[in-house]
Write a protein that binds this ligand. Structure first.
Ligand SMILES: Cc1cc2nc3c(=O)[nH]c(=O)nc-3n(C[C@H](O)[C@H](O)[C@H](O)COP(=O)(O)O)c2cc1C
Length: 404
Protein backbone atom coordinates (compact mmCIF):
# COMPACT_ATOMS: atom_id res chain seq x y z
CA UNK A 1 0.00 0.00 0.00
CA UNK A 2 1.25 3.46 -0.89
CA UNK A 3 0.82 5.30 2.39
CA UNK A 4 1.45 8.70 0.93
CA UNK A 5 -2.25 8.58 0.14
CA UNK A 6 -4.42 6.35 2.23
CA UNK A 7 -6.96 6.13 -0.62
CA UNK A 8 -4.63 4.81 -3.28
CA UNK A 9 -5.05 1.10 -3.86
CA UNK A 10 -8.09 1.16 -1.56
CA UNK A 11 -11.21 -0.78 -2.56
CA UNK A 12 -14.33 1.17 -1.80
CA UNK A 13 -17.98 0.23 -2.08
CA UNK A 14 -20.03 3.39 -2.59
CA UNK A 15 -23.72 2.78 -1.90
CA UNK A 16 -26.11 5.36 -3.34
CA UNK A 17 -29.73 5.42 -2.18
CA UNK A 18 -32.86 7.29 -3.27
CA UNK A 19 -32.27 10.84 -2.11
CA UNK A 20 -32.37 14.01 -4.20
CA UNK A 21 -28.83 14.68 -2.92
CA UNK A 22 -27.56 11.61 -4.82
CA UNK A 23 -26.01 13.95 -7.41
CA UNK A 24 -23.26 14.74 -4.87
CA UNK A 25 -22.18 11.09 -4.96
CA UNK A 26 -20.91 11.62 -8.52
CA UNK A 27 -18.44 14.19 -7.20
CA UNK A 28 -17.44 11.89 -4.35
CA UNK A 29 -17.00 8.93 -6.73
CA UNK A 30 -14.90 11.12 -8.98
CA UNK A 31 -12.67 12.47 -6.17
CA UNK A 32 -12.13 9.00 -4.71
CA UNK A 33 -11.21 7.64 -8.14
CA UNK A 34 -8.83 10.55 -8.82
CA UNK A 35 -7.09 9.81 -5.51
CA UNK A 36 -6.44 6.25 -6.67
CA UNK A 37 -9.28 4.34 -5.01
CA UNK A 38 -11.00 1.51 -6.83
CA UNK A 39 -14.68 2.45 -6.45
CA UNK A 40 -17.54 -0.02 -6.90
CA UNK A 41 -20.92 1.64 -6.87
CA UNK A 42 -24.04 -0.15 -5.68
CA UNK A 43 -27.25 1.68 -6.52
CA UNK A 44 -30.53 0.95 -4.80
CA UNK A 45 -33.65 1.04 -6.92
CA UNK A 46 -34.39 4.43 -5.36
CA UNK A 47 -30.87 5.60 -6.13
CA UNK A 48 -31.16 4.70 -9.79
CA UNK A 49 -34.29 6.89 -10.04
CA UNK A 50 -31.98 9.86 -9.50
CA UNK A 51 -28.70 8.96 -11.25
CA UNK A 52 -28.10 6.39 -13.98
CA UNK A 53 -25.55 3.59 -13.61
CA UNK A 54 -23.84 4.88 -16.76
CA UNK A 55 -22.57 7.99 -14.95
CA UNK A 56 -20.90 5.97 -12.17
CA UNK A 57 -19.60 3.39 -14.64
CA UNK A 58 -17.94 6.15 -16.65
CA UNK A 59 -16.45 7.90 -13.60
CA UNK A 60 -15.25 4.80 -11.76
CA UNK A 61 -14.53 2.59 -14.78
CA UNK A 62 -16.14 -0.26 -12.89
CA UNK A 63 -19.41 -2.13 -13.39
CA UNK A 64 -22.27 -0.75 -11.30
CA UNK A 65 -24.40 -3.15 -9.26
CA UNK A 66 -28.14 -2.50 -9.22
CA UNK A 67 -29.70 -5.93 -8.93
CA UNK A 68 -28.86 -8.89 -6.70
CA UNK A 69 -30.24 -11.36 -9.22
CA UNK A 70 -28.62 -10.08 -12.41
CA UNK A 71 -27.35 -13.18 -14.26
CA UNK A 72 -25.19 -10.96 -16.45
CA UNK A 73 -23.47 -9.27 -13.49
CA UNK A 74 -19.70 -8.83 -13.72
CA UNK A 75 -19.38 -10.51 -10.31
CA UNK A 76 -20.55 -14.05 -9.67
CA UNK A 77 -22.29 -13.28 -6.38
CA UNK A 78 -22.21 -9.47 -6.09
CA UNK A 79 -22.55 -9.04 -2.38
CA UNK A 80 -20.11 -11.78 -1.39
CA UNK A 81 -17.45 -10.67 -3.85
CA UNK A 82 -17.67 -6.97 -3.02
CA UNK A 83 -18.11 -7.50 0.73
CA UNK A 84 -14.89 -9.52 0.88
CA UNK A 85 -12.88 -7.27 -1.38
CA UNK A 86 -13.79 -3.87 0.04
CA UNK A 87 -11.77 -1.88 2.58
CA UNK A 88 -14.69 0.38 3.45
CA UNK A 89 -18.38 0.77 2.59
CA UNK A 90 -19.73 4.31 2.25
CA UNK A 91 -23.46 4.94 1.97
CA UNK A 92 -23.68 8.42 0.46
CA UNK A 93 -26.46 9.55 0.62
CA UNK A 94 -28.31 7.25 3.01
CA UNK A 95 -32.10 7.52 3.05
CA UNK A 96 -34.24 7.01 6.15
CA UNK A 97 -35.52 3.86 4.44
CA UNK A 98 -32.05 2.34 3.90
CA UNK A 99 -30.97 3.22 7.45
CA UNK A 100 -34.12 1.53 8.79
CA UNK A 101 -33.50 -1.58 6.71
CA UNK A 102 -29.93 -1.85 7.95
CA UNK A 103 -30.99 -1.38 11.57
CA UNK A 104 -33.16 -4.50 11.38
CA UNK A 105 -31.09 -6.42 8.87
CA UNK A 106 -33.46 -6.46 5.91
CA UNK A 107 -31.49 -7.63 2.89
CA UNK A 108 -33.72 -7.04 -0.10
CA UNK A 109 -31.15 -5.24 -2.23
CA UNK A 110 -27.45 -5.69 -3.10
CA UNK A 111 -26.33 -2.76 -0.90
CA UNK A 112 -27.86 -4.19 2.28
CA UNK A 113 -26.62 -7.71 1.52
CA UNK A 114 -23.08 -6.37 0.97
CA UNK A 115 -23.17 -4.38 4.22
CA UNK A 116 -24.36 -7.37 6.23
CA UNK A 117 -21.73 -9.58 4.59
CA UNK A 118 -18.70 -7.35 5.14
CA UNK A 119 -16.29 -6.93 8.03
CA UNK A 120 -14.99 -3.62 6.63
CA UNK A 121 -15.82 -0.30 8.34
CA UNK A 122 -19.17 1.18 7.27
CA UNK A 123 -19.72 4.92 6.93
CA UNK A 124 -23.24 6.26 6.60
CA UNK A 125 -24.07 9.81 5.50
CA UNK A 126 -27.79 10.46 6.07
CA UNK A 127 -29.70 12.95 3.94
CA UNK A 128 -33.39 13.68 4.42
CA UNK A 129 -35.95 16.25 5.48
CA UNK A 130 -35.50 17.51 9.04
CA UNK A 131 -38.65 15.85 10.37
CA UNK A 132 -37.66 12.53 8.82
CA UNK A 133 -34.22 12.78 10.42
CA UNK A 134 -35.49 13.90 13.80
CA UNK A 135 -38.26 11.30 13.86
CA UNK A 136 -37.66 9.04 16.85
CA UNK A 137 -37.77 5.97 14.59
CA UNK A 138 -34.87 7.28 12.48
CA UNK A 139 -33.01 8.39 15.59
CA UNK A 140 -33.34 5.02 17.27
CA UNK A 141 -32.24 3.25 14.07
CA UNK A 142 -29.15 5.47 13.95
CA UNK A 143 -28.37 4.84 17.63
CA UNK A 144 -28.80 1.12 17.05
CA UNK A 145 -26.33 1.15 14.12
CA UNK A 146 -23.87 3.34 16.03
CA UNK A 147 -23.74 0.80 18.85
CA UNK A 148 -22.84 -1.79 16.19
CA UNK A 149 -19.85 0.29 15.11
CA UNK A 150 -21.31 2.07 12.08
CA UNK A 151 -19.76 5.51 11.56
CA UNK A 152 -22.27 8.31 10.95
CA UNK A 153 -21.23 11.53 9.22
CA UNK A 154 -23.68 14.44 9.18
CA UNK A 155 -26.26 15.42 8.21
CA UNK A 156 -25.48 19.13 8.06
CA UNK A 157 -27.86 22.00 8.63
CA UNK A 158 -28.74 24.28 5.73
CA UNK A 159 -30.94 24.51 2.66
CA UNK A 160 -32.93 21.36 1.93
CA UNK A 161 -34.37 20.32 -1.41
CA UNK A 162 -37.87 21.21 -0.20
CA UNK A 163 -36.77 24.81 0.18
CA UNK A 164 -36.80 24.60 3.97
CA UNK A 165 -33.82 25.41 6.17
CA UNK A 166 -32.86 22.79 8.69
CA UNK A 167 -30.91 19.68 9.60
CA UNK A 168 -30.75 16.97 6.93
CA UNK A 169 -28.36 18.21 4.23
CA UNK A 170 -25.90 15.66 2.95
CA UNK A 171 -22.33 16.42 4.05
CA UNK A 172 -20.45 18.01 1.14
CA UNK A 173 -18.21 15.64 -0.87
CA UNK A 174 -14.90 17.32 0.06
CA UNK A 175 -15.72 17.19 3.76
CA UNK A 176 -16.87 13.59 3.38
CA UNK A 177 -13.52 12.79 1.83
CA UNK A 178 -11.79 14.07 4.98
CA UNK A 179 -13.95 11.80 7.16
CA UNK A 180 -13.25 8.80 4.93
CA UNK A 181 -9.50 9.43 5.08
CA UNK A 182 -9.68 9.83 8.86
CA UNK A 183 -11.62 6.56 9.36
CA UNK A 184 -9.43 4.62 6.90
CA UNK A 185 -6.29 6.00 8.54
CA UNK A 186 -7.47 4.78 11.95
CA UNK A 187 -8.11 1.28 10.60
CA UNK A 188 -5.19 0.88 8.17
CA UNK A 189 -2.64 3.66 8.72
CA UNK A 190 0.92 3.02 9.90
CA UNK A 191 0.62 5.82 12.51
CA UNK A 192 -2.51 4.29 14.02
CA UNK A 193 -2.20 4.48 17.82
CA UNK A 194 0.42 7.25 17.68
CA UNK A 195 -0.25 10.66 19.18
CA UNK A 196 1.40 13.58 17.45
CA UNK A 197 1.34 17.26 18.39
CA UNK A 198 1.96 19.61 15.45
CA UNK A 199 2.32 23.37 15.64
CA UNK A 200 1.63 25.67 12.71
CA UNK A 201 1.43 29.29 11.61
CA UNK A 202 3.22 32.44 12.64
CA UNK A 203 2.70 33.67 16.18
CA UNK A 204 1.51 37.24 16.71
CA UNK A 205 3.12 39.40 19.37
CA UNK A 206 1.08 42.46 20.36
CA UNK A 207 2.69 45.88 20.13
CA UNK A 208 -0.46 47.77 21.13
CA UNK A 209 -4.19 46.92 20.83
CA UNK A 210 -4.14 47.31 17.01
CA UNK A 211 -0.63 46.26 15.98
CA UNK A 212 1.30 43.01 16.07
CA UNK A 213 4.75 41.66 15.31
CA UNK A 214 4.45 38.56 13.17
CA UNK A 215 6.01 36.79 10.18
CA UNK A 216 5.04 35.48 6.75
CA UNK A 217 4.17 31.91 7.78
CA UNK A 218 0.88 30.76 6.20
CA UNK A 219 0.58 27.60 8.29
CA UNK A 220 0.45 25.46 5.13
CA UNK A 221 3.41 23.26 6.12
CA UNK A 222 2.00 22.48 9.58
CA UNK A 223 -1.51 21.90 8.24
CA UNK A 224 -0.14 19.58 5.50
CA UNK A 225 1.74 17.64 8.16
CA UNK A 226 -1.42 17.40 10.26
CA UNK A 227 -3.40 16.15 7.23
CA UNK A 228 -0.76 13.59 6.29
CA UNK A 229 -0.45 12.32 9.89
CA UNK A 230 -4.27 12.13 10.13
CA UNK A 231 -4.41 10.19 6.84
CA UNK A 232 -1.93 7.69 8.28
CA UNK A 233 -4.01 7.16 11.41
CA UNK A 234 -2.23 9.33 13.97
CA UNK A 235 -4.22 11.11 16.64
CA UNK A 236 -3.27 14.66 15.77
CA UNK A 237 -3.39 17.73 17.98
CA UNK A 238 -2.81 20.85 15.94
CA UNK A 239 -1.70 23.95 17.85
CA UNK A 240 -2.15 26.81 15.46
CA UNK A 241 -1.28 30.47 15.40
CA UNK A 242 -3.78 32.57 13.38
CA UNK A 243 -4.00 31.31 9.76
CA UNK A 244 -6.67 31.35 7.08
CA UNK A 245 -6.87 27.55 6.77
CA UNK A 246 -9.44 25.06 8.03
CA UNK A 247 -8.27 22.41 10.46
CA UNK A 248 -8.10 18.98 8.78
CA UNK A 249 -11.14 16.87 9.69
CA UNK A 250 -10.40 14.48 12.53
CA UNK A 251 -7.66 16.60 14.12
CA UNK A 252 -8.06 18.47 17.40
CA UNK A 253 -7.23 22.13 17.02
CA UNK A 254 -6.06 24.59 19.67
CA UNK A 255 -5.87 28.15 18.43
CA UNK A 256 -3.28 30.42 19.98
CA UNK A 257 -1.86 33.85 19.20
CA UNK A 258 1.43 34.56 20.92
CA UNK A 259 4.59 32.52 21.45
CA UNK A 260 3.75 32.35 25.16
CA UNK A 261 0.23 31.01 24.38
CA UNK A 262 1.80 28.40 22.12
CA UNK A 263 4.31 27.39 24.80
CA UNK A 264 1.48 26.92 27.30
CA UNK A 265 -0.68 24.96 24.86
CA UNK A 266 2.22 22.71 23.84
CA UNK A 267 2.93 21.80 27.47
CA UNK A 268 -0.77 21.13 28.11
CA UNK A 269 -1.02 18.85 25.08
CA UNK A 270 2.22 16.88 24.96
CA UNK A 271 1.68 14.86 28.13
CA UNK A 272 0.40 11.81 26.25
CA UNK A 273 2.15 12.54 22.95
CA UNK A 274 4.70 10.32 21.20
CA UNK A 275 6.14 13.16 19.14
CA UNK A 276 5.97 16.88 18.57
CA UNK A 277 6.64 18.51 15.21
CA UNK A 278 7.20 22.25 15.58
CA UNK A 279 6.34 23.59 12.13
CA UNK A 280 5.12 26.92 13.54
CA UNK A 281 7.14 30.04 12.91
CA UNK A 282 7.36 31.20 16.50
CA UNK A 283 8.44 34.79 17.01
CA UNK A 284 11.97 34.94 18.40
CA UNK A 285 11.29 38.34 19.94
CA UNK A 286 8.30 40.15 21.36
CA UNK A 287 7.83 43.79 22.37
CA UNK A 288 9.18 44.17 25.89
CA UNK A 289 6.33 46.45 26.86
CA UNK A 290 3.09 45.93 24.96
CA UNK A 291 0.99 48.98 25.70
CA UNK A 292 -2.73 49.02 26.40
CA UNK A 293 -3.49 52.06 24.23
CA UNK A 294 -2.84 52.64 20.52
CA UNK A 295 0.56 54.27 20.05
CA UNK A 296 -0.05 57.66 18.46
CA UNK A 297 1.79 58.82 15.36
CA UNK A 298 4.31 61.51 16.11
CA UNK A 299 7.14 63.15 14.24
CA UNK A 300 9.70 61.70 16.60
CA UNK A 301 11.47 58.46 15.87
CA UNK A 302 9.74 55.58 17.56
CA UNK A 303 11.89 53.04 19.35
CA UNK A 304 10.58 49.67 20.47
CA UNK A 305 12.48 47.39 22.82
CA UNK A 306 12.24 43.65 22.11
CA UNK A 307 12.78 40.71 24.46
CA UNK A 308 13.41 37.09 23.45
CA UNK A 309 10.48 34.67 23.63
CA UNK A 310 10.80 31.22 25.23
CA UNK A 311 12.28 28.43 23.14
CA UNK A 312 9.40 25.96 23.04
CA UNK A 313 11.29 22.87 21.86
CA UNK A 314 14.14 23.48 24.31
CA UNK A 315 11.62 23.74 27.14
CA UNK A 316 10.37 20.16 26.57
CA UNK A 317 12.53 18.02 28.83
CA UNK A 318 10.55 14.75 28.63
CA UNK A 319 12.96 12.45 26.80
CA UNK A 320 10.16 10.04 25.81
CA UNK A 321 8.76 12.63 23.40
CA UNK A 322 10.44 12.73 20.02
CA UNK A 323 11.10 16.32 19.04
CA UNK A 324 11.19 17.44 15.42
CA UNK A 325 12.10 21.03 14.66
CA UNK A 326 11.94 23.28 11.63
CA UNK A 327 14.61 25.79 10.72
CA UNK A 328 13.54 28.47 8.26
CA UNK A 329 16.74 30.18 7.22
CA UNK A 330 17.94 32.64 4.62
CA UNK A 331 21.66 31.85 4.90
CA UNK A 332 24.01 29.15 6.21
CA UNK A 333 20.98 26.85 6.14
CA UNK A 334 22.57 23.53 7.01
CA UNK A 335 25.03 24.89 9.59
CA UNK A 336 22.32 26.85 11.41
CA UNK A 337 20.00 23.84 11.37
CA UNK A 338 22.73 21.51 12.66
CA UNK A 339 23.46 23.77 15.62
CA UNK A 340 19.73 23.73 16.54
CA UNK A 341 19.56 19.93 16.49
CA UNK A 342 22.14 19.66 19.24
CA UNK A 343 21.16 22.67 21.33
CA UNK A 344 17.47 21.68 21.40
CA UNK A 345 18.07 17.89 21.62
CA UNK A 346 16.00 17.12 18.52
CA UNK A 347 15.52 13.75 16.82
CA UNK A 348 15.63 15.56 13.51
CA UNK A 349 15.31 18.99 12.02
CA UNK A 350 13.74 20.11 8.76
CA UNK A 351 15.78 22.89 7.20
CA UNK A 352 14.17 25.09 4.59
CA UNK A 353 15.67 27.99 2.74
CA UNK A 354 12.80 30.46 2.59
CA UNK A 355 14.48 32.51 -0.14
CA UNK A 356 14.02 29.80 -2.82
CA UNK A 357 11.37 30.98 -5.32
CA UNK A 358 8.19 28.85 -5.15
CA UNK A 359 9.10 27.29 -1.80
CA UNK A 360 8.67 28.20 1.86
CA UNK A 361 6.24 30.75 3.33
CA UNK A 362 2.81 30.93 1.70
CA UNK A 363 3.67 28.48 -1.08
CA UNK A 364 1.97 25.11 -1.65
CA UNK A 365 5.40 23.64 -2.29
CA UNK A 366 8.57 23.42 -0.32
CA UNK A 367 12.15 22.33 -0.69
CA UNK A 368 13.66 20.94 2.44
CA UNK A 369 16.60 19.04 3.88
CA UNK A 370 16.07 16.54 6.68
CA UNK A 371 18.93 16.39 9.16
CA UNK A 372 19.07 13.53 11.64
CA UNK A 373 20.75 13.24 15.04
CA UNK A 374 23.97 11.98 13.42
CA UNK A 375 23.91 15.16 11.31
CA UNK A 376 23.27 13.25 8.08
CA UNK A 377 21.64 15.57 5.58
CA UNK A 378 18.95 14.34 3.17
CA UNK A 379 18.02 17.00 0.64
CA UNK A 380 14.65 16.55 -1.07
CA UNK A 381 13.57 18.07 -4.38
CA UNK A 382 10.86 20.74 -4.59
CA UNK A 383 7.54 19.01 -3.93
CA UNK A 384 4.08 19.71 -2.53
CA UNK A 385 3.98 20.32 1.20
CA UNK A 386 1.66 17.31 1.55
CA UNK A 387 4.10 14.95 -0.20
CA UNK A 388 7.01 16.40 1.80
CA UNK A 389 5.00 15.81 4.97
CA UNK A 390 4.81 12.12 4.14
CA UNK A 391 8.58 11.92 3.71
CA UNK A 392 9.03 13.58 7.11
CA UNK A 393 6.58 11.06 8.62
CA UNK A 394 8.42 8.20 6.87
CA UNK A 395 11.61 9.27 8.68
CA UNK A 396 9.77 9.79 11.97
CA UNK A 397 8.07 6.38 12.04
CA UNK A 398 11.19 4.23 12.73
CA UNK A 399 12.17 6.64 15.52
CA UNK A 400 8.76 6.20 17.15
CA UNK A 401 9.06 2.44 16.89
CA UNK A 402 12.57 2.48 18.35
CA UNK A 403 11.59 4.56 21.37
CA UNK A 404 8.30 2.82 22.22
C1 LIG B 1 -37.87 13.46 -5.24
C2 LIG B 1 -37.64 12.57 -4.07
C3 LIG B 1 -36.64 12.88 -3.18
C4 LIG B 1 -36.41 12.08 -2.06
N1 LIG B 1 -35.40 12.41 -1.20
C5 LIG B 1 -35.20 11.67 -0.10
C6 LIG B 1 -34.19 12.02 0.82
O1 LIG B 1 -33.44 12.98 0.63
N2 LIG B 1 -34.03 11.24 1.91
C7 LIG B 1 -34.82 10.17 2.16
O2 LIG B 1 -34.63 9.52 3.19
N3 LIG B 1 -35.78 9.79 1.30
C8 LIG B 1 -36.00 10.51 0.17
N4 LIG B 1 -36.97 10.16 -0.71
C9 LIG B 1 -37.74 8.95 -0.45
C10 LIG B 1 -36.98 7.70 -0.86
O3 LIG B 1 -36.59 7.77 -2.22
C11 LIG B 1 -37.83 6.45 -0.62
O4 LIG B 1 -38.01 6.27 0.77
C12 LIG B 1 -37.20 5.21 -1.22
O5 LIG B 1 -38.02 4.10 -0.91
C13 LIG B 1 -35.80 4.97 -0.74
O6 LIG B 1 -35.30 3.75 -1.19
P1 LIG B 1 -33.80 3.29 -0.93
O7 LIG B 1 -33.48 3.61 0.48
O8 LIG B 1 -33.79 1.85 -1.20
O9 LIG B 1 -32.98 4.03 -1.91
C14 LIG B 1 -37.20 10.93 -1.85
C15 LIG B 1 -38.18 10.61 -2.76
C16 LIG B 1 -38.42 11.42 -3.84
C17 LIG B 1 -39.52 11.05 -4.80
Amino acid sequence: MNLSNILSETNIVLGVTGSISAYKSLTLASRLTQLGANVNVILTEGGSEFITPLSYRTITQNPVVTNSFDVNSAYSVNHVYLAKKTDVVIVYPATANSIAKLAVGICDNPLATTILSTTAPIIIAPAMETNMFENSITQSNIENLKTRGFHFIGPDAGHLASGALGLGRLTEPEEMLGHIQFILGKTRGDFSGKKIVITAGGTQEPVDPVRILTNLSSGKMGYSLATAARDRGATVTLISAPVSLSAPIGTTIHEVKTAEDMLKSVHENIKEADAIIMAAAVADFKPTNSVGKKIKKSDDNFTMRLSPTSDILKSISDTKIIKVGFAAETDNLIENAKSKITSKKLAMIIANDVTIPGAGFGSDENQISIIDQDLNVESLPLNSKYEISHTILDRLLPLLQRFK
